[in-house]
Design a protein around this ligand. Structure first.
Ligand code: ZN
Length: 399
């Protein structure tokens, strides 16, 4: 017996090339890729996995998901996250960045450990445990119906509370820090045009995180908040729908990644007249989306053309996780090339996450591989038909 697997596919995109290449053989050993060639040496006894004419791609990365729903301290939110993790992995996403949960204890940190140890199947998780928010801001759910009555999330006001919150999350072994630079669409007082934190507060947050070598993701929708967060030194801007061309240029200059979450916008704007959809949500959420619907939709092309590095992230969890692949056609529909859409979910995402070992098919990289039945360069919708998934050398899904 050998511990080697050879994946054989009719076509392959390795994360770097401009297009797909022909027949490819990828040799995998101990969770790593050891070779990627037209014809690889097949060690005696190696397991051969022949994917026929399928197109092999690097494992996909979704840089913005919420795997845990609910805000109770029972085991329920963790149990409900298990099928979510499986769904994301089924979709070919071998890595996700989870940007916050609202359970009293950050369940996402437990899930990360459980996936890493092999206890539960799921994508590798990179976790920002909490959405940090100013009181009355996007993450302050304290007065909402169904909330625990406590400050769920991480409400932190002023430099001292902000520093304490960042350090508490560092102590919990956070991978990222996330905060709300503007309001959004989540509570009865939320407003996406409100800026969440002062310049001083944002700088204190980013500096404290930097001292702990933690990158910072800013939820930011309106231009003023996007700009202030970029100037404070964040690593990524989440959403950024209302950012002006000038601000998007600033992102490009500073190397700040933009995660446009465009499919989510389409979903929520598309539901505006669907009464059933809104029954369990605060009236204000619907009102705010209606107010900004046109601007949100109009921002899509600007986001893609603005010159900022685009990383793939979906906000899955605010809509069905099974649909997270739909961000691919959304981005292409807004004018991003299929190549750059694929790069956004592989090499670019890997760079954002500081993980050189992900997002490419090359010797030394982690053996995260997926396959689709046809070339996404010809039809981006094939990204919704992932038929094969390998993570760390273990086959999760096989046609
Ligand atoms: Zn989100």
């Amino acid at each position: 017996m050998t511990d080697t697997t050879v994946i054989v596919a009719g076509r392959c995109w390795d994360g770097r090339a401009e297009n797909v290449r022909g027949h490819t053989e990828v040799v995998v050993r101990k969770g790593r890729i050891v070779a990627c060639e037209d014809r690889a040496d097949r060690p005696a006894g190696a397991r051969i996995v022949d994917l026929g004419q399928a197109v092999l791609l690097p494992g996909l990365i979704d840089c913005h998901v919420h795997t845990v729903a609910g805000n109770t301290s029972s085991a329920q939110p963790a149990l409900e996250a298990l099928p979510v993790l499986r769904t994301l992995l089924d979709n070919g996403f071998t890595t996700v960045r989870d940007l916050g949960c609202f359970t009293p204890e950050p369940v996402t940190l437990t899930l990360r450990r459980s996936v890493d140890s092999g206890l539960v199947p799921g994508p590798r998780m990179i976790v920002a445990p909490r959405l940090m928010s100013a009181r009355s801001g996007h993450g302050d759910h304290s007065d909402e119906a169904g909330a625990c009555g406590c400050e769920i999330g991480e409400v932190a006001d002023g430099v001292d509370e902000i520093i304490r919150s960042v350090r508490r999350q560092a102590r919990q072994n956070a991978d990222w820090i996330k905060f709300a630079a503007t309001g959004g669409f989540s509570t009865s007082v939320d407003d996406p045009t409100i800026v969440g934190y002062s310049e001083r507060e944002m700088r204190a947050l980013v500096d404290t995180a930097r001292d702990r070598r933690l990158p910072v993701a800013a939820h930011a929708i309106a231009d003023a908040g996007v700009r202030r967060a970029v100037l404070a030194g964040v690593t990524s801007i989440e959403h950024g729908h209302l950012a002006t061309e000038e601000t998007l240029r600033l992102l490009a200059e500073r190397g700040v990644a933009l995660i446009p979450t465009q499919h989510a916008v389409t979903v929520f704007v598309g539901k505006l007249d669907d009464e059933d959809f809104w029954t369990d949500k605060a009236d204000n959420v619907r009102r705010q989306i209606r107010t900004h619907a046109e601007a949100l939709l109009a921002g899509r092309r600007r986001q893609v053309r603005g010159g900022a590095v685009i990383a793939f992230g979906t906000d899955a969890g605010t809509f069905d996780h099974a649909d997270n692949w739909r961000e691919f056609p959304a981005l292409v529909g807004s004018g991003l090339s299929p190549l750059n859409a694929l790069r956004a979910a592989t090499v670019v995402a890997a760079r954002l996450l500081g993980r050189d070992d992900l997002g490419r098919i090359a010797p030394g990289a982690r053996a995260d591989l997926v396959a689709v039945p046809a070339s996404p360069f010809d039809d981006i919708d094939v990204m919704g038909h992932v038929s094969f998934v390998m993570k760390d050398g273990a086959i999760h899904r096989h046609p």
